[in-house]
Write a protein that binds this ligand. Structure first.
Ligand code: NAD
Length: 312
């Protein structure tokens, strides 16, 4: 079996490469805009360094594949607010190009990465896939385009598709220490350096954290069993943890208090997020998630080993 992972050098992409490599020959395409070749150290993935917006690079990476796991995107809500056109190009136009590449490859299965951010301003909890999406940022709108393009290509061309909505995925290889870092690596990085963490807002906002290993295993299972759907599927397990609770858990893990600085809430940030996982459990009955504390311990261990200027 041959599988192409777009965004293969990224955080989630590199874990998917690892998971899929156990049963498939893997190629990847990545422009290294936020990913890193270090993430593919020791991997047998054939990487095409280029953009999914470049038809030649995409054709090279997807030639003869049975499945495409489409993760390449310009991530982050604040980044999309700073430059919405770039997010649209990579996330919306880029997805359409990947779907066309899947057709050219003879009808490859396409698994795409959408996001819990599509629920946006809809206050209902837990978030089930039947809720009306209310994107609050250009990023969220572009992720809605990602999943809806995939579903439309399923209807229009009979392409076997599976759009997942990821929630807050965390784990080793998630880059800390930059302006758009996700909350787990940002908090851990600061805490391990003995610096105060920055909390946007009062910290009562909640998230459904999912360990990257669980996400990668679920995607690998979907590829192996060629799972397809005619609607989006939440890839999260219904836990709801506030940022203040996350800090408590990190304090327990590190065995020391973590100082915090509170700043303004960020525009586009949703107040609460928690998945309804009924549809996921129906499609993937055997997936058992790695628990938050275990995942945080793995992430801290990775950061101590791989990130410069982090103290033990
Ligand atoms: P990431 O930034 O580590 O991975 C994205 C990868 O795509 C990077 O390697 C980047 O270099 C590559 N890329 C960006 N634009 C490209 C282009 N035009 N052509 C080729 N490669 C390109 O981020 P991640 O967290 O691993 O995210 C993977 C996917 O999951 C993204 O689609 C993201 O929107 C989605 N997602 C992630 C989360 C999360 O919590 N991490 C939540 C919801 C959705």
């Amino acid at each position: 079996m041959r599988v192409c992972v777009t965004g293969a050098a990224g955080f989630i992409g590199s874990h998917v490469v690892d998971a899929v490599s156990s049963f498939a020959e893997v190629s990847g395409v990545d422009d290294l805009s936020s990913g890193s070749l270090d993430n593919l150290d020791g991997s047998s993935c054939r990487l095409v360094e280029g953009s999914i917006l470049d038809p030649d690079a995409l054709a090279d990476a997807t030639d003869g594949v049975d499945a495409i796991v489409h993760l390449a995107a310009r991530p982050s809500v604040p980044r999309s607010i700073a430059d919405p056109a770039a997010s649209h190009a990579a996330n919306a136009t880029g997805t359409m190009m990947v779907l066309e590449a899947a057709r050219a490859a003879g009808g490859a299965q396409v698994i795409v990465a959408s996001s819990s951010s599509v629920y946006g301003a809809n206050p209902e909890l837990p978030k089930h896939e039947g809720l009306v999406p209310q994107p609050m940022s250009p990023y969220a709108a572009s992720k809605l385009a990602t999943e809806q393009y995939a579903l439309a290509w399923g209807h229009s061309y009979g392409l076997p598709v599976l759009p997942f909505r990821f929630f807050n995925v965390f784990g080793p290889r998630q880059a800390p220490g930059h302006a758009y870092a996700a909350v787990v690596p940002a908090f851990l990085h600061a805490a391990l350096r003995g610096e105060p963490v920055t909390v946007h807002g009062d910290g009562t906002q909640s998230r459904d954290f999912t360990y990257v290993g669980t996400v990668a295993r679920t995607i690998a299972d979907a590829v192996q069993r060629r799972v397809t759907t005619d609607g989006p599927v939440n890839l999260a397990f219904g836990s709801r943890v506030t940022l203040l609770e996350l800090l408590d858990r990190l304090e327990a893990l590190l065995g020391r208090p973590i100082e915090r600085t509170h700043t303004e809430r960020r525009p586009g940030d949703v107040p609460h997020s928690q998945a309804d996982s009924v549809r996921l459990a129906r499609l993937f009955p055997d997936v058992a998630p790695v628990q938050l504390d275990e995942g945080l311990a793995e992430t801290a261990a990775w950061m101590r080993k791989h990130v410069a200027a982090v103290v033990g």
